[in-house]
Design a binder for this molecule. Structure first.
Ligand code: CP3
Length: 340
């Protein structure tokens, strides 16, 4: 009934289910049209009527196999009490947390209350989705969310968080633990509201110093998966430790994820050889190729599908679709994957 969930239970399908990271968003004219109805991006995410519509737009346009809740990984720190702003052209900005005082200002309980509108979105989307489309809930992983919280912005060299991790492992660990607890509660609330699968976005896993990978990435993900499975054993979890190819095998073995998102730098065949055969792989077409379009887009999509024949496999990009991407290229990609 839902091919996306079949694959996550370890079944291979002839045609892979497909969804696309950031499938809702600025590359779609219908998203840009409703985005103006809210003054800020955070308000947009916390207005269920708008977030439900944004979640459903790519499903209506393309008939994808899964919808992903429209929200953002930074809603969690903002709901825990850390001010967040999205500055046009600069991305997210937060008041950085660098000491124990900063950590004390965060509250897990406050977050659960403030994120109630997200649960309304989950319920609304679930009620509106066609019977063959699964609903994915998500959160950022503690390391990735902590990079924004400690650096105060995105896309840096992560000097501040790495310095804290080495110089004050107690504080660093306490921030990760607090985030692990809040993330677990947030994901469990999404399940209770109707999410049928979860993805943990670890966008910056590739910048963790190797000796800290176990503590910064694997331990938090393992704790979250364990708690989610204790609450709802049937809900599959996809981990996406982007840029961490050297650690894929340990990540899967020690976190207990059901699926693994692969970035576009890592060959799918390498990932396939690194993890047990029942683990669903997801990925990993270069988002720039979708932007570029043309014959190579169709050829590469078909090549990826063929290379994963016989394996539980979900088609996706290696990272999110980029805002300047022509929506027709996404349609072309989906046709190529489905063999149209
Ligand atoms: O369609 C979907 O995938 C669901 C929605 C979604 C968004 N962000 C919407 C969004 C999801 C799953 C995310 C995850 C997210 N957010 C990640 C992890 C995945 C990744 O892409 O690496 C990260 C690192 C963030 C943090 C974040 N949020 C950044 C760096 C930005 C970009 C800032 C900018 O201005 O370019 C955002 C904003 C954001 N999140 C937008 C959307 C649609 C654009 C904001 C807008 O519409 O004004």
């Amino acid at each position: 009934m839902k091919p996306f969930l079949d694959v996550l239970s370890g079944q291979a399908t002839k045609v892979p289910p497909i969804w696309i990271m950031r499938q809702a968003g600025r590359y779609l004219p219908e998203y840009r049209a409703i985005r103006t109805k809210s003054k800020g991006f955070v308000d947009f995410c916390l207005t269920p009527e708008l977030a439900i519509e944004a979640t459903l737009q790519p499903i209506r346009r393309y008939g994808l196999d899964a919808a992903i809740l429209f929200a953002d990984i930074l809603l969690l720190p903002q709901a825990m009490g850390q001010p967040l702003a999205f500055v046009e052209g600069h991305g997210p900005k937060l008041e950085p947390i660098r000491d124990r005082e900063g950590l004390k200002s965060l509250s897990v309980n406050a977050a659960t209350d403030k994120l109630q509108p997200v649960m309304e979105t989950v319920k609304g989307v679930r009620a509106a989705l066609p019977g063959n489309v699964a609903l994915i809930g998500f959160a950022g992983s503690p390391w990735t969310v902590a990079t924004y919280m400690i650096e105060g912005r995105g896309g840096s060299d992560f000097a501040e968080i790495r310095k804290m991790a080495w110089a004050d492992p107690g504080l660093f660990g306490a921030i990760l633990d607090q985030l692990t607890e809040a993330t677990t509660a947030y994901l469990i609330a999404q399940i209770d509201a109707g999410a049928e699968a979860l993805q943990l976005f670890d966008t910056w896993a590739g910048s963790v110093p190797a000796p800290l990978f176990e503590r910064a990435v694997i331990q938090p993900a393992a704790a979250i998966v364990r708690a989610v499975k204790a609450h709802a054993p049937h809900i599959p979890v996809i981990g996406f430790p982007r840029g961490a190819a050297a650690h894929l095998s340990a990540y899967v073995a020690r976190t207990g994820v059901d699926g693994l998102g692969i970035d576009h730098m890592t060959p799918l065949t390498f990932a396939a050889a690194s993890v047990p055969p029942q683990i669903a792989l997801q990925g990993n077409l270069d988002p720039i190729l979708v932007l570029a379009g043309g014959e190579s887009l169709t050829d590469e999509a078909r090549h990826l599908v063929r290379s994963m024949a016989g394996r539980p496999y979900i088609f996706n990009l290696g990272h999110g679709v980029l805002p300047p991407t022509p929506p027709e290229h996404v349609a072309q990609l989906i046709d190529a994957v489905r063999g149209v």
